[in-house]
Design a binder for this molecule. Structure first.
Ligand code: AMP
Length: 567
């Protein structure tokens, strides 16, 4: 397909903010999209591969500026200046290409295949000369592009497409294009959850048969989105929501690890679907040795413990193990982890996700040979008794864990959903996961570093809404935790625009913060502000789509009033 056609679609989609209009525009497009062109679905989401594939385009603003400069003959300073004025590198590219094409005869055409071909080469490049090679792949496209094509090429490259299309928009469009049945959307979602590949689901959905969608199964080795929990305040509320008896487990303060085994091969994925197998060689060994089965997918929490005292450690103590790919052997000794298995999604050729939790839990106990400080089944009781549950909760806290999880014994495993049948309870639940969406450069001894960070939550539409600023908890020196310098370096490549000392940041980085209180506030567009927020940890394991929502914050605000009422 001509890239021009796709760019026109992008334009049409961004000309409206109405979701239904977007769905109808997309639907017309999908109706005529051939199987040969199915990978365009990835481009619609600003991606080049299915969701289960972690290869990303990953081009920084700086490299995009270089490419625009090279392709249009404007100096890098000139491009940067325009960017600061307009605030959108895509539009900068559009304007500059327009100026250039007025003086030359524009005759090249680009196809979506060529765009995908070049973009897919980008994440493969490594080592010496990488920047130069990336630059020529991008400029090859840009020099042939029309102004509008250039706009969307640049936006795709820097991961900021701005057309307001999400997975759910495409799901709804597929539903109305190929099915009359209102329930189709639910079935399509299930297929998406199992395949983690929207283009594949599109191809199957085109046949117009629900039964075909149901044939899409989980595949060992391909990461899947995990099931997420909802929050309740008390054990009583938990029982009310789930019924009695239910399973209660420790809520370990670590990070989610999904373990796949296929033949002899073990792979480990985070909840962001990142492959971290290389970072945890000891876990691979534990799974080989202590878990029975030819093939399986296990859901677990990796939790750190002190190498000498064996005391459990909070998440931030081990978080660096997730990203660090060098010195793995030393890290493995210094920051050991224990794997707590709490669910199973697949076993010896059969999907387990539609079986009740009770059965899945029994299966884990059969196949995992408990080896404390290596790999164990997560601590669990099954009870109807509130007092027993309270005692278990206290024990979890004494063991340095965050709280408890309450689980419905009959519930299925729903990948990718925040479900009401798995509940979390934490004491003093005054912490949130938020995204950094802005920052301010400091003065005095902090000049040159960003020293105050704007935090945002999300609303239902997926928009980011500001809720406060944090500076406390970030350190002057990196040995004591994350430093201003390190955080500044991380955020620099994500700057969208700058004004004086303030910068807008592309929401990519998730942080955990605590606070004393939530207040109503006209100062932030969420309508709320956090009092005394404090930075606790970076969450490299969490996706920005998983941060706290405005609805959850409203609930916390109401609950805090309720607590005072009693206190
Ligand atoms: P939160 O990150 O606050 O939404 O809490 C949910 C997270 O708790 C899950 O995503 C898991 O990573 C973690 N977790 C710890 N222990 C368990 C458990 N026994 N069952 C399920 N999730 C657990």
């Amino acid at each position: 397909m001509l890239y021009k056609k796709l760019a026109q679609l992008y334009e049409e989609l961004s000309s409206t903010t109405k979701r239904l209009k977007k769905i109808s525009i997309l639907s017309k497009f999908l109706e005529y999209l051939s199987n040969r062109d199915r990978d365009i679905i990835y481009l619609l989401l600003g991606r080049i591969y299915p969701e289960y594939d972690e290869r990303k385009i990953g081009i920084s603003n700086q490299l995009a500026i270089k490419a625009i400069s090279k392709a249009t003959g404007t100096s890098e300073e000139g491009v940067t200046k325009m960017w600061k004025r307009i605030g959108d590198l895509g539009k900068v590219a559009e304007e500059l290409v327009r100026k250039k094409t007025q003086s030359t005869l524009h005759s090249h055409i680009i196809t979506t295949e060529k765009v995908l071909e070049n973009l897919r080469k980008l994440p493969e490049l490594e080592g010496k000369g990488t920047v130069g090679k990336k630059l020529s792949l991008i400029t090859e496209l840009l020099t042939s592009a029309s102004p509008i094509e250039a706009k969307y090429l640049i936006r795709t490259l820097i991961g900021d497409l701005r057309i307001g299309v999400q997975e759910s928009t495409i799901r709804e469009s597929i539903a109305i294009t190929f099915f009359k049945d209102k329930k189709a959307s639910e079935k399509i979602q299930k297929a998406i959850d199992r395949a983690n590949d929207l283009a594949r689901v599109f191809e199957v959905a085109k046949k117009g048969k629900i039964s075909e969608l149901e044939k899409i199964h989980l595949e060992v080795g391909k990461p899947i989105k995990v099931m997420l929990a909802q929050k309740v305040l008390t054990i009583k509320d938990g029982f009310k929501a789930l019924g009695k008896p239910c399973a209660i487990e420790y809520k370990y303060d670590g990070f989610r690890l999904v373990i796949h085994k296929k033949k002899k091969e073990i792979k480990l994925f985070t909840r962001r679907l990142e492959d971290v197998t290389k970072q945890f060689p000891e876990v691979v060994e534990y799974v080989q040795k202590y878990v029975k089965g030819k093939s399986f997918i296990l859901d677990s929490e990796a939790v750190g413990f002190h190498k000498k005292t064996k005391e459990y450690q909070p998440f931030q103590a081990i978080s660096q193990r997730i990203k660090r790919k060098y010195n793995v052997e030393k890290l493995k000794e210094d920051l050991p982890v224990e794997i707590n298995v709490f669910d199973i999604l697949y076993y010896n050729g059969k999907s387990q996700i539609d079986k009740p939790f009770e059965k899945r839990s029994e299966l884990i106990k059969k196949i995992v040979d408990n080896h404390p400080y290596k790999i164990v089944c997560s601590k669990q009781i099954i009870t109807s008794d509130e007092k027993e549950a309270e005692r278990f909760y206290k024990k979890a806290l004494k063991d340095n864990q965050e709280g408890i999880m309450m689980k419905n014994l009959h519930a299925i495993y729903q990948p990718g959903s925040r479900v009401g049948h798995m509940l979390k309870i934490k004491p003093e639940d005054r912490d949130l996961d938020l995204a950094i969406t802005g920052a301010e450069y400091g003065t005095g001894k902090r000049s040159g570093w960003m020293s105050s960070f704007i935090l945002s939550c999300r609303n239902k539409k997926g928009e980011f809404l500001e809720i406060g600023k944090v500076g406390t908890g970030i350190k002057e020196k990196s040995e004591q935790g994350i430093s201003f310098k390190e955080l500044t370096e991380k955020l620099k490549s994500l700057i969208i625009s700058e004004k004086g000392k303030s910068v807008k940041i592309k929401p990519k980085i998730v942080v955990s913060v605590t606070y004393q209180e939530i207040q109503r506030s006209p100062n932030y567009n969420s309508g709320f502000a956090l009092r005394f927020p404090r930075f606790i940890a970076l969450r490299p394991d969490k996706e920005v789509s998983e941060i706290s929502t405005l609805e959850e914050i409203k609930k916390d605000f109401e609950n805090q009033k309720r607590r005072w009422g009693y206190g």
